[in-house]
Design a binder for this molecule. Structure first.
Ligand SMILES: Cc1ncc(COP(=O)(O)O)c(C=O)c1O
Length: 428
């Protein structure tokens, strides 16, 4: 299945059912009909996640009492935690961190490692989101370590394993690296990187930012044991308002923020919010529902992997269509005045995010043109702290238009986008 280089789209009937499960895919209540291709900034929400989360918000009950409703809320929380473990394939090991954003979880993980582990340097990459880059920079300065930054590869749109490995030595405190770029969609080879990094320093602490990759691919901590990882439910078909982190047992054993009477494994500070956990269960239920369309299993992780595999393959087919077009409409690669950045020909190394530019107008103007035509894409400009370092690393002067559909889109949606893109590319 993985070898399907051009992907495999869902059958039409299943595609229709999938679209129905999300809010506002084809229209929103303010602008009406539209194409929302900015899922990397916050993905479509599952109706089931929104419903469950708001249903649970209505209960005033403390989830730490003994009465029936409180016990019910405890079960919701436990199921949510189990489902975080299904997403990560962590088994029973390690601890879960919940916070308001993925960034907060990242600062907590990096801070704990930096303040407890000896060594004289800390490593991250130039493509990291500020949540990871700034956390490493902050704690390197605070604890007096050298900050080492791995450079990007303009061609592949990612940071190559080699460029990370050459920075590691026996005195490296930690390595912080993203699973996939939220800029180019390029997927980093985490498995190979972990293997080679630990060949240099077997007990190296490694933290991975999976916020971008989690909704598009499979994470497997059994196969690739690392010390910290995070993701954001609001980029993963769920709701805003929570960030999820996971740390290994050896990170939990380090001194970290916790209540004195709680075990080392308990990172939660304060009362849990069951509704947030219920949204995670809704995400996993949904992915397993797709999995059940293709496989029979009683194992939730197996169904989840099956579902994610088909999401990935459908998205690869959409990516191929976006780049190559069809006999009826030219793809981005063929359109005059359009350049695709970091256009790796191997689509199995890419998530469904594409960075483009126009020769006939700047990035901000192009985003406005799309907006006029009811298409939402994200301009990533030099003026933004979320984009500047990445743009500089790729030698891009103006900016990039980030195009990020989701698996609930269809070829028809992609074709519509391509036709509008052609109009914009030929407009001046
Ligand atoms: C790759 C990546 N990491 C981390 C984050 C931060 O997530 P949050 O806004 O939940 O802190 C983002 C958000 O855009 C992201 O794209």
């Amino acid at each position: 299945m993985e070898e399907l280089k051009k992907g495999l789209s869902f059958e039409l009937e299943l595609s229709k059912e999938i679209k129905e499960k999300f809010y506002y895919v084809d229209r929103d209540p303010i602008s009406g009909q539209r194409l929302f291709f900015d899922n990397a900034g916050g993905s479509f929400r599952l109706k089931s996640a929104v419903a469950k989360q708001s249903e649970l918000e209505a209960f005033p009950d403390c989830p730490e009492r003994t009465h029936d409703l409180s016990v019910y809320l405890q079960k919701i929380k436990k199921q949510g935690e189990d489902d975080i473990r299904i997403i990560l394939n962590s088994g029973e090991r390690g601890s879960i961190i919940t916070s308001l954003t993925a960034s907060q979880a990242m600062f907590q993980m990096i801070g704990t490692i930096a303040e407890n582990v000896s060594g004289n340097n800390m490593i991250t990459t130039v493509l990291e989101h500020p949540s990871a880059f700034d956390a490493v920079d902050y704690y390197a300065r605070k604890t007096g370590r050298e900050l080492r930054v791995a450079n990007s590869n303009v061609e592949s749109g990612k940071v190559e394993v080699e460029d990370i490995i050459k920075l590691i030595d026996k005195d490296t405190v930690l390595l912080s690296v993203m699973h996939a770029s939220n800029f180019t969609g390029a997927v980093f080879d985490i498995e190979e990187m972990v293997k080679r990094a630990r060949a240099i320093k077997p007990d190296l602490f490694i933290v991975v930012d999976a916020v971008q990759h989690a909704p598009h691919g499979i994470i497997d901590l059994q196969k690739t044991p690392i010390d910290g990882i995070n993701f954001g439910p609001y980029k993963f078909f769920g709701c805003r308002g929570s960030g999820i982190g996971y740390v290994s047992d050896r990170v939990s054993a380090l001194t970290h923020h916790k209540l004195i009477e709680k075990e080392n494994e308990v990172w939660a500070l304060g009362t849990p919010t069951p509704s947030q956990f219920s949204a995670i269960t809704a995400i996993v239920d949904y992915v397993c529902w797709i999995g059940e369309r293709f496989a029979t299993s009683l194992d939730r992780r197996e169904l989840f992997v099956e579902g994610m595999t088909h999401i990935k393959l459908h998205e690869r087919a959409l990516l191929n269509r976006l780049l190559e077009g069809s006999p009826h409409v030219e793809g981005l690669r063929k359109l005059k005045n359009v350049t695709v950045y970091a256009d790796n020909k191997d689509l199995s190394e890419r998530d469904l995010i594409v960075g483009i530019k126009f020769d006939n107008m700047d990035c901000a103007a192009a985003a406005k043109e799309y907006e006029k035509k009811s298409v939402i894409v994200a301009p990533r400009l030099r003026s933004s702290m979320y984009a500047r370092r990445m743009l500089e690393s790729f030698d891009i002067v103006d900016g990039v238009l980030r195009v990020s559909p989701l698996h609930c889109h269809t070829f028809k949606d992609i074709d519509k986008f391509l036709m509008i893109t052609k109009e914009i590319a030929c407009s001046k």
